[in-house]
Write a protein that binds this ligand. Structure first.
Ligand SMILES: [Ca+2]
Length: 303
């Protein structure tokens, strides 16, 4: 964060994504450009470190260090405690992923994350609009933010008992390629809710408590709310218009068989293999596997 040489320009992203996919795409059994469960992906950026001079198809030592920090997420330097999860490898190139959110098109200060950071800490925590994100103390400043604005902004209380008792149900999805909110945080929250609601029961009992109350669906290759390289139209009302919502050509939930959609705006037809899993039906893919598989992956966490 302090070393200008650590900035990763967008022209490096194709080489990074290629290397990440080479390491992880096939882990789910299908080489399709999607990593179904990025938690199984242990991509080491040092495998593409430049051996000689800097070039667009390799990364420098400083950039390797930066990549490792982006993938692992910020930690408290004093306690080692995770502040927030890192981003997952395999879908770095898309404009609305890393270029827009994380690295910036021509400089790191253009990144939306930097601008959010400056606005939140500068305006709301320190009340100093000249504050710059590079000065952040990951120990004291984060604690101060939690103390000062956390009660207003934090949405991490896992006690959903009152909501559940009132008949509430929660359907949540998160794109694995989200460059804004690290997707692993949703899984962490889900597990915290499981613990808060189920007490000391067995893992099976604990999950059955949530069965018809809270479902979390992790969508491979989907960016922040939508977009990126995976199938992102599944009744989530983000990119689908209301007319498209009930159109099998645009909504995977309406398509039982080959999963396809038209890329919004371009009219280009293409198909994706949901979750990277081949269906037993051969070249046909079961849309439901997107959800059942993702949910099942979460359930496996505690076993
Ligand atoms: Ca795959």
């Amino acid at each position: 964060m302090h070393d200008p040489a650590s900035w990763i320009a967008p022209n490096k992203l194709p080489a990074i994504q290629r290397a990440a996919l080479a390491a992880c795409d096939s882990l789910d059994g299908v080489k399709d450009g999607l990593v179904k469960d990025p938690r199984r992906c242990h991509f080491d950026p040092s495998t593409i470190q430049c051996q000689r001079s800097d070039a667009h198809d390799c990364v420098t030592a400083a950039q390797v260090d930066a990549l490792k920090k982006i993938y692992s997420g910020p930690k408290n330097p004093r306690t080692g405690e995770m502040i927030f999860p890192g981003y997952v490898p395999g879908d770095e190139v898309a404009l609305w992923n890393w270029p827009f959110w994380i690295i910036g098109l021509t400089s790191p200060k253009e990144a939306a994350q930097a601008q959010f950071g400056n606005a939140l800490f500068g305006d709301m925590v320190f009340e100093n609009p000249k504050w710059a994100f590079r000065t952040l103390d990951f120990d004291k400043d984060v604690a101060l933010a939690d103390q000062k604005i956390g009660p207003l902004l934090n949405s991490n209380d896992p006690n959903l008992k009152p909501f559940k008792a009132n008949g509430g149900k929660l359907l949540q999805y998160h794109g694995w390629s989200d460059g804004a909110i690290a997707p692993l945080n949703s899984i962490n929250y889900y597990e915290q809710v499981v613990a808060a609601l189920s007490g000391s029961g067995t893992q099976k009992d604990r999950l059955s408590v949530l069965g018809d109350f809270y479902r979390l669906f992790m969508a491979p290759g989907v960016g922040h709310c939508g977009g990126s390289s995976g199938p992102d139209s599944f009744g989530n009302l983000t990119l689908s218009s209301r007319s498209q919502l009930h159109d099998p050509d645009h909504d995977v939930l309406k398509r039982s068989g080959t999963v396809g959609r038209k890329r919004q705006g371009s009219g280009e037809n293409y198909c994706h293999e949901i979750c990277g899993e081949r269906s037993k039906k051969g070249d046909r893919y079961d849309a439901a596997s997107l959800f059942l598989s993702a949910d099942g992956a979460i359930q496996r966490l505690g076993r």
